[in-house]
Ligand binder design. Structure first.
Ligand code: CMP
Length: 248
């Protein structure tokens, strides 16, 4: 299928050039780290990049494999995860338009530190190591943006580690529900108090089992803190959830 046919109309039309190809520099400019580059350098980087598309559920790459590229998400969202020795998936983060991933193996030349899967159909701009290292060497502002990104990820990992080590399951789950309910913009069919994540997904995000998450949610349902209806998780009492998140 041609890229032109894959694209939805409206905004995407503006980033297609006349020959139906994506304007990669426009796609790259959706990521904050590329803001630091002037338009000439963005164009240069775009010339060394290519577009790759994935369908929902596709594995983009697997932890442990060598990696020579970094990806910027132009459309869709992906899940970064690791697998426990018993093959349980632990979600590290969900990333969406404007986010980049694959920077770790690209920078240190080692293996992929996690697996990445497409949560929805995705369009990615793929940047190869050689071109990116060259641009990093000549653009200190760009290097700083990349360092900022790594710092954000270290901070988030530290927070998670502390949560897993010191908070009990109800506090971790309450924190997660509150975070998810404010992370994505509300829509008419999905207001802020309604979550679509499955109990297995929630368990993967807080490093616990689906069974424990289910037990906790059932208890909260009885106490009228949440409701579970037709696959939705409805937050009924935010202030109680906030108290639970603080271990009260
Ligand atoms: P890389 O190691 O090349 O491949 C896996 C990618 O997942 C990694 O680069 C990062 O881009 C991303 N990644 C790894 N750990 C995290 C995390 N804790 N939060 C967000 N992204 C991550």
């Amino acid at each position: 299928m041609s890229l032109a046919l894959c694209c939805s109309k409206t905004r995407d039309e503006k980033i297609m050039s006349v020959d139906g190809d994506f304007k990669k520099e426009k796609l790259l400019s959706k990521s904050f780290i590329f803001d630091a580059l002037d338009s000439k350098t963005q164009q240069e980087l775009a010339n060394f990049s290519y577009i790759k598309r994935f369908a929902a559920g596709d594995i983009i790459f697997t932890m442990g494999l060598p990696g020579q590229s970094m990806m910027a998400i132009a459309e869709g969202s992906v899940r970064v995860s690791m697998f426990t020795p018993s093959d349980r998936e632990v979600t590290l983060n969900d990333l969406t338009v404007g986010d980049v991933f694959g920077e770790i193996a690209l920078l240190d030349g080692q293996e992929r530190s996690a697996s990445v899967t497409a949560l929805t159909n995705c369009t990615l701009v793929v940047l190869e190591r050689r071109a990116l290292l060259d641009i990093l060497q000549h653009n200190p502002e760009f290097s700083i943006k990349l360092i900022e990104l790594l710092c954000q990820r270290v901070r988030r990992s530290d927070e998670r580690m502390i949560e897993i080590a010191f908070l009990d399951l109800p506090a971790r789950l309450a924190k997660l529900l509150l975070r998810l309910s404010t992370a994505a913009p509300a829509t008419a069919d999905k207001p802020l108090f309604k979550l679509s994540q499955s109990q297995s997904e929630l368990a993967g995000m807080i490093g616990n089992s689906r069974e424990n998450v289910n037990r906790c949610l059932k208890k909260w349902q009885k106490a009228d803190v949440i409701d579970l209806q037709g696959g939705w998780l409805i937050l009924k009492d935010r202030s109680r959830l906030e108290a639970l998140a603080h271990g009260e």
